[in-house]
Design a protein around this ligand. Sequence first.
Ligand code: TXA
Ligand code: MG
Length: 355
Amino acid sequence: MNQATDPASLIHPPTDSAIRRAAAELTAGNLVGVPTETVYGLAADATRDDAVSKIYQAKGRPSTNPLIVHTADATAARRYTSLFVGDRRNADVDSALIDQWDIASALWPGPLTVVVPRSTSIPDIVTAGRDTVAIRVPDHHVMRKLLKQCPFPLAAPSANVSNYVSPTTARHVADGLGQSVAMVLDGGRCDWGVESTIIQLNADGPRLLRPGGITAEQLRSVFGQIHVPDQDGNHTQAQVAPGQLPTHYSPDKTLVFLDRYETLLRDPSFQAPQRTGRIAFGKLNDAQRSRFDQVWVVDETGDLRRIASSLFAVLREADQSDCDLLVIDRCEESGIGRAIMDRLRRATRSVDQTH
Ligand code: TXA
Ligand code: MG
């Protein structure tokens, strides 16, 4: 894309002709910004090395961090795993994995990504050379129409520059990656607002690699048992999705939790910033507001689903403000709250570490 392209001109309402054009761009090996119910994706034909390599380049993503493959439905997804041979279960694969696949795929379409042994239909560049592939059937009418028109699956990471906050509007994509995409399909604001839940299927039961919209509670109820990292995120490296770096999803400004900020204020060596912003998860009274130069209330009612849905847009907005320091609330770690806190732990950095 031309440096001078106006980001807004890349954004297209999801008419049938725009979706056809997006399919044509993808067929030509180009990148398209696509809406999903979680966050926007940066899509390419998952079967083509040249197209997929453009994703890594555009995001500045290390080639060791594999991508999620998106398909139109669970039947289409089967081809990319080694769990099936044609319509039949593969007798060479542990049947526990195939049973888990059946349970997981019944949750599709939806915000769930499943890591399974891969087939040879997916090139190494997508899986970063691993013997597993991450697959998801998204639940967004525009993305589903697009997938049905493409005779190939779509590799799509979140459509942000590597390590920045994921995009939840078409404008976020055009602003961040406008120079790399042929177009962005505008599917409105993402419903969930946080990336999909990722599980890895294993003989002794699925492991939760990344919390998201499908909650640990829901997974436990369908699988009976799942392996979940403890609340401090302590698990062996082998159990963590390779892209889940300790610092991730971060705004450029320093972001700290409210309790950490209170501790800093009591520290005589702490140099108070010029302007401090507060990102709140519920209504603030006048006294609470007056302590900060700017306040964003993510959701007045404190509803976790609504907080998740608006969180990344608010983080981006606060990042563009003239505050030097951003202070954010914690939330309860149940349901979708686990995904919110997972992202915020990665986004908050100790003030000491940023000097
Ligand atoms: O909601 C979502 O999942 C969005 C939308 C666009 O679908 N996509 C997304 O992709 O969040 P990305 O690339 O930003 O995050 C995918 C995560 C990365 O942490 C990556 O390391 C992990 O999935 N992953 C991909 N393939 C994997 C594999 N074979 N084994 C373990 N983790 C894998
Ligand atoms: Mg991402």
